[in-house]
Design a protein around this ligand. Sequence first.
Ligand code: PLP
Length: 404
Amino acid sequence: MIKRNTFNEVMVPNYAPSPIIPVRGAGSRVWDQSGKEYIDFAGGIAVNALGHCHPELVKVLQEQSQKLWHLSNVWTNEPAIRLARQLCDATFAEQVFFANSGAEANEAALKLARRYAKEHFGREKTEIIAFNNSFHGRTLLTVSVGGQPKYTEGFEPLPEDITHLPYNDLAAFEYHISDHTCAVIVEPIQGEGGIIPAEAVFLEGLRALCDKHNALLIFDEIQTGMGRTGNLFAYQGYNVTPDILTSAKALGCGFPIGAMLTTKKIAASFSFGSHGSTFGGNPLACAVASKALELINDPTLLSGVNQRQRMFINSLNILNEKIGLFRDIRSEGLLIGCELKEKWHGKASELKQLAEKQGVMVLTAGPNILRLTPSLVIPPKDINQGLKQLTEAMLALKMGLPGT
Ligand SMILES: *Cc1c(COP(=O)(O)O)cnc(C)c1O
């Protein structure tokens, strides 16, 4: 049997996974090597939007696996064209670029924005504006654009002409943006940053000021897209349309794929040969994502997200009235953040460990926030059972603290 300890020997130490090794999943349940069962409120960090091993996704993956796995972009393939068509039909977009991850989708978006600005407005228009605490991926460009200095530490020299401004502060943005700005990248809801939604006036202001200064507005919907907020993409719940939108995470529901969506006019700045990917748009990933999009872009499924959100939030509020660990419980659809009271600051990962002992998988967003990103189709029974187990973990955390 493969042992968890071997991980520490053979893996680069940039992760610190939990002591268990999950071996199987079905729907919102997961089993580890010992056969212990878990309710999955983590959803692979907002990836497993249809749970584990959804029968329809398994079916398309199996079917496609017997037809064609890979060609490279020297030849196109039917699943890629089908998926691109579906994404354009479902959004503002007219054209799509496929990548293999979120960071790569953002990398493409930022490279495209730089080229578009140079082509249309001259060589000086290069500044990228992003926001404090944002997260856009781990390539050198996307980590530099991300607003968390701890993730760029030691990787200098960094790409240039990137500015970070406070999130939800339209006045600061208006003061700073200029004709030198080529692109603004923003998460409609900061995920890794702590489940912080953008105010509508902030996004509307970004749109108006980007238009005024001929800067492209990029929405990073890698975490907020594919039904997570109860809309197919979060922008559809705001009165604001971006110029470029990036998707990944739940796009393949667990099969790696990323996408950059934009208009024809902007896309034209990526002419033949200017960007590419060996695996991007491969038939396996696109076949799975095409089925995932078909299943998620459905009014019944999307309204189910809001029903489940209410179940979670009502129960969490009731639990918190009794136990009192959290100072704030916030959510957009099934993107849920529970912020610990000051007394328990720094204890989010302890709570996560306690939850796992009780048989429920959860996430954190920073040291003080418990984050839940369950499957969008998690059965109500699993919600109730998982919350019961989470209650035990919350009580354990509370009791473990001397004097409380
Ligand atoms: C997860 C995430 C990314 C990075 O995606 P990867 O697939 O890990 O490269 C980028 N932006 C946001 C908002 C994310 O949540």
